[in-house]
Design a protein around this ligand. Structure first.
Ligand code: IMP
Ligand code: MG
Length: 188
């Protein structure tokens, strides 16, 4: 399937499934290199719902056995970030005193990440790091400029992508397209 149409919007393939697998493997290797010999495994924090496939694929490639927790924050409606977090659920395991490794599907403006780092720090996490499948650095740095702040970039990145709306492998357009195995980009 090279194209999909959802709610009248056309998406074309950007990262085929076999490449997604390679990106996951390379990302898992970075995480393994950082933690395989460490005495204390981080608490892996899956951000629902979009990170489910990435989290599942990543977990099975780890060479250590961390605890897994889930959280749901929502900042998105349609194809544009609203800049506000809502519907917070979890974390399902307390983060106090823990090294938290957030597992994200995508870092776009970075607002969600900034808020989550702040939230986990307030909850008493010892440290907070981020592993994301996809990262839009242009959008991230534009947001920093707009807000006049410096934000910490994600520590582990699968692939940097340009500013565009992405779909598939967990990522949705109005709650559709999450089960697509390839990653698609909005065709405009
Ligand atoms: P941010 O706060 O702008 O960095 O966006 C964070 C969340 O918005 C991500 O975790 C995704 O759930 C969602 N998001 C950002 N960009 C995209 C995209 O291109 N497609 C689908 N969802 C996205
Ligand atoms: Mg997300």
């Amino acid at each position: 399937m090279n194209k999909v149409t959802i709610n009248g919007r056309n998406f074309r393939i950007m990262i085929p499934e076999n490449e997604v697998v390679k990106i996951v493997e390379a990302t898992a290797e970075k995480v393994n290199a950082a933690y395989r010999d460490s005495e204390c495994a981080p608490l892996l924090m899956c951000t629902l719902t979009g990170s489910l496939p990435f989290m599942g694929a990543l977990m099975t490639r780890l060479e250590f056995d961390p605890q897994i927790s889930c959280i749901k924050v929502s900042s998105y409606s349609g194809t544009e970030s609203t800049g506000k977090l809502k519907n917070v659920l979890g974390p399902t395991i307390p983060v106090e005193g823990r090294d938290v490794l957030i597992v994200e599907d995508i870092v776009d403006t970075g607002i969600t990440l900034r808020e989550m780092r702040r939230m986990f720090a307030e909850m008493g996490a010892k440290s907070v790091k981020v592993c994301t499948l996809l990262y839009k650095p242009e959008k991230f740095h534009a947001q920093e400029k707009q807000d006049g702040v410096t934000m910490t970039e994600p520590e582990f990145v699968g692939k940097e992508i340009p500013n565009a709306f992405i779909l598939g492998f967990g990522l949705d357009y109005d709650e559709q397209g999450r089960c697509l195995r390839d990653i698609y980009v909005l065709d405009e």
